[in-house]
Ligand binder design. Sequence first.
Ligand code: GDD
Length: 328
Amino acid sequence: MPTALITGITGQDGLYLAELLLEKGYDVHGVIRGQNNPKRELVRRTVPDVVLHNGDLTDLSSLMRAMRDSEPDEVYNLGAVSFVAYSWENAHVTSDVTGKGVLNMLEAVRLQAGEDPGSIRFYQASSSEMFGKVQEVPQREKTLLWPRSPYAVAKVYGHYLTINYRESYGMHASSGILFNHESPRRGPEFVTRKVSRGVARIKLGLADELVMGNLDAQRDWGFAGDYVEAMWLMLQQPVADDYVVATGEMHSVRDLLDIAFAAVGIDDWAPFVRSHEAYLRPAEVDQLVGDATKAREVLGWKPRVGFHELIESMVEHDLAEQSRIARS
Ligand code: GDD
């Protein structure tokens, strides 16, 4: 039975990946940060078979301990400070966790692997945010990176360091350049979940408006459950490499609002949506859309869930959740 170690196990991707690997018969371990982490309970409830280790991406010795205690065949580094807007206010923390955290993980893997650097396979969660002020549309593995936030700069550092460790030490280190991926497990600060939850609350009479930022931003949104499969596929390849993972379809925040409000029978959302500059970013990424040809051809990966279905399922989930909360 292969063993996997996941950082960021408490997040949306960590939970989906843990479920996928358990289904495949893996022994799954996760790194969890902090004393009394409130998300520990969520992990225990969702994936009770996962073995948790205390550790912090900024603390190399804790990662080495987790590595020694779990003895993984595969390591998935999903842990990060991942909310882009937050990264301007917390640039140092973001750089330490999202950027230097990758260095700590690569070092921990390298030291654990010893004489045989390729014996532990490593996945780095790179991000389409790295394309930032996009230099071509759609974006591919070779598109020039032009990060537009402290978060994206930290991700670029982690991305190149992963490539460098592969080239310097012969490590089996792959980087997945994932475009936005969502689900009912998405944190409520991200735009899709903010909208699905807000729309559900408006429909149930629990709120009367949704305060938003830039409605013209465009993204390539897929389903997180599909994307974790691409992560696993990357580590099953004989040679490590970098892959764009995306749907190839671009939608605006306005499209997102159209679909979410239509799902609860509201065709004209203008009276319910207000813009506020507090939600605008100092530098925006306007047009992200990925070309996942390489992932399709080499990994045999393709997305299963489309944008409409994804957003409708999130609204449906939030309607049920918000009614439950309102009743209790
Ligand atoms: N969060 C948020 N809230 N975003 C808004 C809002 C709002 O009220 N109004 C408009 N937006 C716009 C943002 O300006 C951005 O252009 C877009 O919606 C998406 O924002 P997020 O959902 O916060 O995601 P993100 O694209 O910044 O980053 C996510 O995807 C990356 C992959 O490209 C995160 O998951 C990153 O960690 C990930 O790397």
